[in-house]
Design a protein around this ligand. Sequence first.
Ligand code: ATP
Length: 311
Amino acid sequence: MPEHTSVSVTDLRKSYGKRTVLDSLSLQVRRGSRTVVLGPNGAGKSTLLEIVSTLRAPTSGTVVVEGHDVVTHTRQARRLIGLVPQANALDPLATPREVLDFQGTVLGLGARTTRRRSHELLELFGLGEHRNTRVSKLSGGTRRKVDLAVALVDSPSLVVLDEPTTGLDPLARMDLWRELERLTSEGEVGTLLISTQDLHEAEVLASDIVVLREGTVVAHDTPDALKNLVGERTLTLTLDSPETTDGLVETGRAGFRTEPEHPTTVRLALPRDPAVLRAALDDIGAVAASVEGMRLADPSLDDVFAALAAG
Ligand SMILES: Nc1ncnc2c1ncn2[C@@H]1O[C@H](COP(=O)(O)OP(=O)(O)OP(=O)(O)O)[C@@H](O)[C@H]1O
C-alpha cells in the first residue's frame, strides 16, 4: 500500500445470496483527504463503508486500512477507524460524558486517559455545557456531535461517516460540516470517508469524490476535475427580443442556443478553443446594444451526478 494511501480496496465483491451488491470494486482513498462517496439509492455506499469499517465481511477481494487487512487483521484495523453510523445509536438516558467515558472503558484506555480524552472531546466540539444533559434532551445536531466525539475517543486515523447529516436542519448541517472540516484541517483526524446523497454536502466537504453506480466505481477525482469532465462553463445572455436571440443563434459561430420556453435568453457553452471564444465575443459584441443581462455558471456536482451516477 503506498504511503499516501489510507484505505486500499482491491477487487472487492459483496453478494447477498445471488445478488451482487459490490462488484470488482477497487479504490485508493488518499490519506489526508475528505473522500465523499456519492451514488443513487442502492448503489452500495453503506455496504462499502461497512466493509471498510470491519462491520461486514466481503465475499471476496481485499480491504486494507492504514496497512491492516480488515479481514485477516480486523482488531488492528478496527482500532484505527472511528465509525459514525447512519442511525444514532446513543443511549438516550446517558449523558455525553457518560457515553464518552463508557467508550473509553470499552476500548480499555484506562481511567485517567479516558477522563482526559472525554474532557478534550467535549471541549473540541463545544459540548461542555451539555456534558451532564441526557442524550434524549439534546438536539439532533448536538447528538450528532456526540456521535462524532465517540468515534474519536481512540484518536483514529480514519473516520468513516455514513450519511452524517441526514435529518438535521440546515443550520445544524452547516455546523457539523464546519466541525468536519476543522477536524482534518487541524490534524485531529487523518482521513474522512463519508457517504452522502446530498450533493450540497459533497460540494462543501469533499476534497475527493467517488461516484458509485451499481456497486462499482465509475469516477474518482477531485470535485473540480469531475465537473470539468462532465460539464461546461455556460454563459447565459438575456437579450431584448426573441428576434435578436434568433439572429445570434443563426449567425453565431460558437454554438449559441435558445430554449423554447425562454425565447429571449441565449446560452453558450464557453469554447475552450481561443479562436472560437474570440469569434463568440465578436458575435456578442455585434448585439451588445440588445444585452439586458448576463450570467456565467460553472458546472456543478448535479451535472456530475446526472452524467455519472444516474448513467
Ligand atoms: N443485509 C442485506 N441483505 C440483502 N440485501 C442487502 C442487505 N444490505 C443491503 N442490501 C442491498 O444491497 C444494495 C446496496 O445497499 P446499500 O445500503 O449499500 O446501498 P446505498 O448506496 O448505501 O443505498 P442508500 O443510499 O439507499 O443507503 C441494496 O439493493 C440493498 O437492498
